[in-house]
Design a protein around this ligand. Structure first.
Ligand code: CDP
Ligand code: MG
Length: 140
């Protein structure tokens, strides 16, 4: 709780449909500040390391293929309770279960191609931020 930073990815299904600005507007309207952001194209190996926690799950290979299929936007969001606030703005993993007005309700195409990633806890947020951003890229 308190003032936090969280890690976010705008996934390939959303960058492909030119939704970066619309998704960023949802973050900003919720009071989250985008303090770092860049567009990258991950290799499958880089995506695999990022999602290593899911490596035993049946969807892992497909997820890594998808996340390395096209460019993504990686970003750091900052604000009061940023981790849980971002999860609220994202909506449920399955867009069919996502609350109206959330990013996944409005934009996600399926359970796998669900437009955004967001860290789920302070420990994972710190690890995920450090995976993609160096200290000098985080100006606050
Ligand atoms: O992204 P989130 O934290 O909401 O969900 P997760 O359980 O951490 O799963 C990570 C990602 O794997 C999801 O966002 C989906 O893209 C994908 N996934 C999937 O394709 N099929 C599932 N049954 C569960 C997750
Ligand atoms: Mg997750």
């Amino acid at each position: 709780m308190g003032f936090e930073r969280t890690f976010s990815i705008i996934k390939p299904d959303a960058t492909r449909r030119n939704l970066t600005g619309k998704i960023n507007a949802k973050f900003e309207e919720a009071g989250l500040r985008i303090v770092a952001q860049k567009r990258i194209h991950m290799t499958k190996e880089q995506a695999g390391k990022f999602y290593e926690v899911h490596s035993e799950r049946p969807f892992y290979d497909e997820l890594c293929d998808f996340m390395s299929s096209e460019p993504v936007i990686v970003q750091v969001l900052e604000g009061e309770s940023a981790i849980s606030k971002n999860r609220e703005v994202m909506g449920a993993t399955n867009p069919a279960d996502a609350a109206p007005g959330t990013i996944r309700a409005d934009f996600a195409e399926s359970m796998g191609e669900n437009s955004v990633h967001g860290s789920d806890a302070p420990e994972t947020a710190a690890i995920e931020i450090a995976y993609f951003f160096s200290g000098i890229e985080l100006v606050g």
